[in-house]
Design a protein around this ligand. Sequence first.
Ligand SMILES: Cc1cc2nc3c(=O)[nH]c(=O)nc-3n(C[C@H](O)[C@H](O)[C@H](O)COP(=O)(O)OP(=O)(O)OC[C@H]3O[C@@H](n4cnc5c(N)ncnc54)[C@H](O)[C@@H]3O)c2cc1C
Length: 428
Amino acid sequence: MSRFREFPYRGSLLQLQNGAVQEVFHEPISAKVLVERMELVLHIVNEAARLVPSGRITFHWSHACKEVNVKGQQAIFTDESGNAVHVNYDLLVGADGVNSKVRAELQRQIAGFRQEWFGKMHRIDKFFHRVKPPAGTHLDTHRGELDDSATVLRFYYIDSPPPLSVGLFFIHNHADGSYSGGISFTRADYTDEGSGGSLKTAEDFEAAMRGLTMYPEAMRREMAGQFAERPWYTSGSTLVLSRLTAPRAVLLGDAAHAVSAAFGQGVNSALEARLRPSPATWSFSHALIMRWEDLLMSGSDCAVLGDIVSAAPDDLDCALERYERQRKPDAHALATMDHQAEAFAGFRGKWNLSYWIFQTHLAVNGWHHRTWPQHFGDPNLVPMMTIQRSPYSAIYNRIKRPFFIILISVLVALLSIATKLLRVLAAR
Ligand SMILES: Cc1cc2nc3c(=O)[nH]c(=O)nc-3n(C[C@H](O)[C@H](O)[C@H](O)COP(=O)(O)OP(=O)(O)OC[C@H]3O[C@@H](n4cnc5c(N)ncnc54)[C@H](O)[C@@H]3O)c2cc1C
């Protein structure tokens, strides 16, 4: 993976509607890299071929899982020509994404296997890929520095055409000087047919992007052309499962714990470490930004499962139980934080417990960070999540703790004052 390190991920900046700019730049900048999804997939496939003895692994491309018989331990796929392929399995690993067929089958066949969605698919996104600016032109870099040694991810609020609302335009640079990025909207009344509202043709996109001046104008036509050709993606849901496993079956990644983009943790949660510092991974449209160290050797759903299975290779049932016990608390803690993200940010008003829990965390953790920076390296939750020094359950506990300590202290103080008052009154 080290070749990806040559062009690290430096950080992000967000331009607010009032023109103010918020920056989150990482030091040292070599701590993260941006890897395109396809590059990562190819890398993993090549590594698998290199590491696994020949004949022990086979890739069947373009096979879709259509049915699972959990009791009979059989999965049915269709191949490229539509022919059914029956596969008997010892262990079924459902890593088939947010709309997992394996998950649907487990839900259908296993009593008590429940799924719950929050904020179902309330964002729609479109991407453009590797558009080159004309020679001598570049992005408005805000600081005046050219991005030629690292990737900077920029977000800009944009006016959204109805019926969309709260739009973002985002763009980042590549080592070869080209740019990728996209647009993203929340949309309360999202439907498959209506996605994108009035934005359909290249001309629609070009007109909508005319107000954006941060990129060289000559890039607009190609970006708009790509927007018109590419599909809208939906995102923004939080999935909570009552179980991550079933007899001889396990769900990994988005199939097990899909999250919204609120904290950029979709990929990271699939790669979260259990005991060691984990790779902080940030997926961005077609690309992944991740802490490069330990990527393949340290934690992920797969690595945790691998550790557990290799510790008890002859007892898969027991291994799955251990996996369930170990991973579910982290998956649920992440889902809770993801679901509360808007409340944390104050979008659900101030009469909201989560808002005050988070404000207390910001105040207390921020004070700790300023006073003892060597012990409290993270000013708040967001870097705690992206750098991922702890599992999600530990992060969530750290967020909640100051609020409840203060609350309990205040209650105890009030109780003791009330008791004293009562004693004084009783003595009279
Ligand atoms: C628009 C968008 C923006 C995102 N932005 C971010 C971000 O900024 N940060 C972040 O961390 N995450 C983001 N994510 C989430 C991130 O992409 C996922 O968390 C991550 O890809 C999950 O990996 P996965 O391997 O579990 O699932 P996926 O990457 O979805 O892979 C699942 C695979 O299973 C295959 N598959 C599906 N169904 C079947 C079937 N029936 N049979 C066989 N194969 C099947 C699919 O073709 C796919 O190859 C975003 C997602 C979207 C859609």
